[in-house]
Design a protein around this ligand. Structure first.
Ligand SMILES: Cc1cc2nc3c(=O)[nH]c(=O)nc-3n(C[C@H](O)[C@H](O)[C@H](O)COP(=O)(O)O)c2cc1C
Length: 352
């Protein structure tokens, strides 16, 4: 199977397969309405910071594609949405392109369309420092995303299964890369223990990318036409559970991005309330731009407006205020909180 065909397959199946949103978890979190909100709509600020980078909006378009000239049009459309909405944007993995010295057109188009935009480069955890630096330079990226995708590689026939090498190589990258690094999952979530291990290596920005939206096990199951692989379609930690888990890190100072099935302003607000500095989205934006770029722009603008309204209704003037509003937990999330040994009332009232 050629890399080019694989990239096209990922888009094909990501468009065909629905989100796993039964697993998302945000339906188990409720805000309490603030009937004395002191916040006037025009004073709400949604400015945030991720990995030391200032973002006008706490939402960005996450890594989707690149690596064959055939997907240049997709990246051009995504970049148009990012430029029109002012969102930062990550490109898909550049690893194969820098390693095999292939055409960079499908990535550089993003910078051409959005010359002043905030862009994130993307490589896998086995990239060398030289690969990673080339990926950053290719698009003049503000940060580097390093993706973790054990489930995908495991279930992909041609996957790289040298999992033992990951942590060792991450340390090499941590020491060698000068732009901020975001360690991201790709739809299976992150647990507290692994984030603590990554923090001990010196990383401090994490994108949980939990189960709930795009599922690479489902995509790889379809690609390989293997029924056994499809059983793993819902494998992973729901996005909301990952956020709760990471609220209990032993050390402070982690920068959290929430993703994995976040599709609207309410889920965005809940993720920010659960401790995220920003949220990112991929599968839904891909689906939207393939139908209509203007509709994709309108959907994001609606999401931003809904987030601002929720901030008014909960008495929050700035994004970080959401971490202090009371939350009520129900359903399976309460079981999750208890089985991890956490205190429901404590998280309900104050999060990191
Ligand atoms: C077609 C497609 C390709 C993707 N390729 C990459 C990739 O190359 N690198 C990466 O870090 N994540 C990749 N992702 C994962 C997303 O960045 C994101 O982490 C994941 O889809 C969960 O977010 P979502 O539920 O909003 O889609 C891809 C997602 C899609 C839909």
């Amino acid at each position: 199977m050629s890399r080019e065909k694989r990239k096209l397959d990922h888009i094909k199946y990501a468009l065909e397969i629905s989100d796993r949103n039964t697993e998302l978890g945000f339906e188990d979190v409720k805000f309490l309405h603030n009937c004395l909100s002191p916040v006037n709509p025009e004073t709400v600020s949604i400015y945030t910071e991720v990995a030391g980078i200032k973002l006008a909006t706490p939402i960005f378009i996450d890594a989707i594609t690149g690596g064959t000239d055939n997907v240049t049009t997709v990246n051009r459309k995504l970049a148009k949405v990012a430029a029109a909405t002012g969102l930062a944007m990550a490109v898909g993995s550049q690893y194969g392109t820098v390693k095999n010295k292939l055409s960079t057109k499908s990535y550089t188009v993003v910078r051409d369309v959005n010359p002043d935009g905030i862009l994130f480069a993307n490589v896998n955890a086995l990239a060398t420092p030289q690969h990673a630096n080339e990926a950053v330079e290719m698009i003049n990226a503000a940060a580097l995303e390093i993706h973790l995708n054990v489930a995908q590689e495991l279930l992909m026939n041609e996957g790289d299964k040298d999992f033992k090498a990951i942590v060792k190589n991450l340390k090499v990258l941590q020491d060698a890369i000068t732009v901020p690094i975001i360690i991201k999952e790709t739809g299976c979530g992150m647990a507290r223990e692994q984030v603590e291990e990554l923090m001990s290596l010196g990383f401090n920005c994490f994108n949980v990318a939990g189960v709930g939206g795009t599922s690479f096990p489902a995509i790889e199951g379809k690609r390989s036409k293997c029924k056994r692989h499809e059983k793993f379609a819902d494998w992973g930690i729901p996005t909301e559970w990952s956020l709760i888990d990471i609220n209990h890190l032993k050390k402070d100072g982690a920068n959290i991005i929430a993703s994995g099935g976040i599709r609207d302003g309410m889920q965005t607000a809940k993720a920010l309330a659960l401790g995220a500095n920003a949220i990112s989205m991929a599968g839904n934006v891909l689906k939207d731009v393939q139908k209509d770029v203007n509709k994709a722009i309108a959907n994001i603008n609606d999401q931003i407006d809904d987030l601002k309204d929720i901030m008014v209704l909960t008495g929050c003037k700035k994004v970080s205020d959401l971490k202090k509003v009371p939350l009520v937990f129900t359903g399976d999330t309460v079981n999750f909180i208890m089985s991890r040994g956490y205190d429901v009332a404590k998280i309900s009232n104050k999060r990191k």
